[in-house]
Design a protein around this ligand. Structure first.
Ligand SMILES: Cc1cc2nc3c(=O)[nH]c(=O)nc-3n(C[C@H](O)[C@H](O)[C@H](O)COP(=O)(O)OP(=O)(O)OC[C@H]3O[C@@H](n4cnc5c(N)ncnc54)[C@H](O)[C@@H]3O)c2cc1C
Ligand SMILES: NC(=O)c1ccc[n+]([C@@H]2O[C@H](COP(=O)([O-])OP(=O)(O)OC[C@H]3O[C@@H](n4cnc5c(N)ncnc54)[C@H](O)[C@@H]3O)[C@@H](O)[C@H]2O)c1
Length: 479
């Protein structure tokens, strides 16, 4: 048995683990990383990148069809094989050499195998050959093991071999009929992608489509999916599932109705990858999400850090925000705080401090790549009210901007800004419309910077762009 010591040991080389290790090394400490599957994690091979590659061709074709002049040049439909090839290339053909060599370049040794906490500051790595390597951390162990698709206990579901996001994103063929359980982000994006690719899609959205967003979001995405021929069944729940010998999947709803499909995607949320990482050795429950303090130290009962604070958790596994960019933001804070503590430097963990992931609470940006695109940051009006803020909601029709008319014929879109009336700052912003994704960062800056509306009047949007909606929202609010 081989034993090696580093300042920091990171379990999981997804986008978050990679960034923690890099940050630690940039801070002058040594770090090793453990990965049981592919360096790059879910995001690179089965999530962010390949899903967006699947969606982009359909969006580009729609965009061309909405502009006279370009429309006439479009003579056919999507080339499905070419879309899948592009997806394969964005998933690096499920090979991680590129990301593994990046680790080498930044000076982070990679241990391939399954990592488990053996005791305080000790990680046991079991390789594919069954051999175990023991890694000891002088300062910290960081759990960045991410999450996996949650498969509910529906009668017959597991036996029917449903697709999770992984099989869907990596599909080599487009099913004729695709049923989806769930109405969240994965369900909405995959319903859009597979409809574009030619599947006949049914969405079983128990709680509605994107129901946690501003209400106009779910309405517009549902309307657009239905216009494309998707059967969106809101308020319906699967009671049982059975796959016949010919491969057909029959989903019996709790109402007794039946939906048939060739494949069934289950997209009802995530479960943490903590079942088998040795949590029992530190008094935590295997399979649980890891609760953390403001500097991402894992805490047990009563919010007290484990041991002397040597165990950290970042990314999906701590359940704060299940998004790559936000996990990487946590990774930067975690890497820096571990270095600061190791060197005996001051820890800056106050609100908006260098070592705290404050934006996780009130300023999370997200883009959902549906048609229309949804871009949001901060609190929805409902969440702001629930948080006890005195708010004013300001709405504007994106189609009423000069830029939108130029952008596409029949442009449909909407913007909402949620203003905290006591401080006259924006606490939430949501956009729905074609190509709104890249307009989001302006809103994120306004929310994080807590820029007073009076000052925003001096941020003049260029004419004629869709971003002129900023001026229109201020005018609607009044000066
Ligand atoms: C279909 C889909 C689409 C998405 N699209 C987006 C998007 O467009 N934008 C966005 O921001 N987010 C998106 N997300 C979310 C994003 O994928 C996650 O938030 C992100 O991958 C989390 O990163 P992570 O490093 O915490 O975990 P992961 O990416 O899950 O990486 C964890 C790594 O740890 C490894 N691991 C686990 N256990 C062990 C162990 N015991 N030993 C060794 N290694 C281990 C895993 O193999 C994995 O490589 C999407 C998610 C899904 C499912
Ligand atoms: N573009 C992006 O940013 C992007 C894209 C895809 C995924 N993601 C991330 O991946 C995570 C997982 O996505 P997701 O769509 O699986 O989860 P989600 O939490 O977004 O949505 C889950 C949906 O399933 C429904 N649901 C829950 N339990 C159910 C049940 N038993 N039966 C029927 N419906 C049920 C919920 O009402 C909800 O609509 C998200 O948290 C998201 O942050 C992000």
């Amino acid at each position: 048995m081989d034993t090696t010591t580093y300042d920091v040991v990171v379990i999981g080389a997804g986008p978050v683990g990679e960034n923690v290790a890099d940050r630690v090394v940039q801070g002058g400490l040594s770090a090793a990383i453990v990965e049981r599957e592919l360096v790059g994690g879910e995001c690179s091979y089965w999530a962010c990148m390949p899903t967006k590659a699947l969606l982009r061709s359909g969006a580009a074709l729609r965009a061309a069809r909405e502009v006279p002049g370009a429309r006439e040049a479009v003579t056919g439909d999507l080339d499905v094989a070419a879309v899948l090839r592009r997806r394969d290339s964005f998933a690096s053909h499920w090979q991680d050499d590129g990301q593994a060599s990046w680790l080498e370049q930044v000076g982070v040794p990679l241990y391939r195998g399954h990592g488990r906490i053996g005791s305080a500051r000790v990680v046991e790595v079991t390789g594919a050959d069954g051999a175990t390597t023991t890694l000891t951390a002088r300062h910290a162990v960081v759990v960045a093991t991410g999450s996996a698709a949650l498969v509910p206990d529906i009668d017959g579901l597991r036996a029917a071999a449903p697709w999770t996001s992984r099989e869907t994103v990596a599909a080599s063929e487009v099913p004729g009929r695709l049923a989806i359980i769930g109405g969240g982000v994965v369900a909405s994006e995959m319903a859009t992608a597979f409809t574009d690719l030619g599947s006949s899609v049914t969405v079983l959205a128990r709680d509605g489509v994107l129901h946690l967003a501003e209400p106009f979001v779910g309405e517009r995405v549902t309307e657009s999916l239905r216009e494309k021929g998707v059967s969106v069944r809101v308020g319906t729940e699967a009671g049982s599932v059975k796959r016949a010998h010919d491969g057909t999947v029959a989903i019996t709803l709790t109402t007794g109705e039946q939906v048939e499909a060739d494949e069934l995607l289950v997209a009802i949320g995530r479960t943490p990858n903590t079942q088998d990482i040795g949590l029992g050795t530190v008094g935590l429950t295997p399979g649980a999400w890891l609760a953390v303090d403001d500097t991402m130290r894992v805490v047990g009962e009563g919010g007290v850090p484990i041991g002397d604070g040597w165990l950290y958790a970042a990314g999906d596994v701590n359940r704060r925000v299940l998004l790559t960019h936000q996990g990487k933001y946590q990774a930067r804070a975690v890497g820096d705080v571990i270095v600061a503590r190791a060197k005996g430097e001051a820890v800056d963990d106050g609100r908006w401090g260098r070592h705290a992931a404050t934006a996780d609470e009130r300023a999370v940006p997200q883009v959902v790549f549906t048609d229309p695109e949804i871009a949001s940051v901060g609190l929805t009006s409902a969440a702001a009210e629930a948080a006890g803020l005195r708010i004013r909601v300001v709405d504007y029709d994106l189609a009423a901007t000069a830029g939108s008319a130029l952008h596409a014929e029949g442009y449909r879109g909407h913007a909402r800004m949620v203003v905290d009336e006591d401080r006259t700052v924006i606490v939430g912003f949501t956009l729905a419309g074609p190509d709104v994704a890249d307009m989001l960062h302006a809103a994120t800056i306004a929310v994080v910077g807590e820029v007073p509306l009076d000052r925003l009047w001096h941020a003049v949007p260029a004419f004629p762009t869709v971003s002129e909606v900023w001026l229109r929202l201020l005018e609607t609010y009044g000066r």
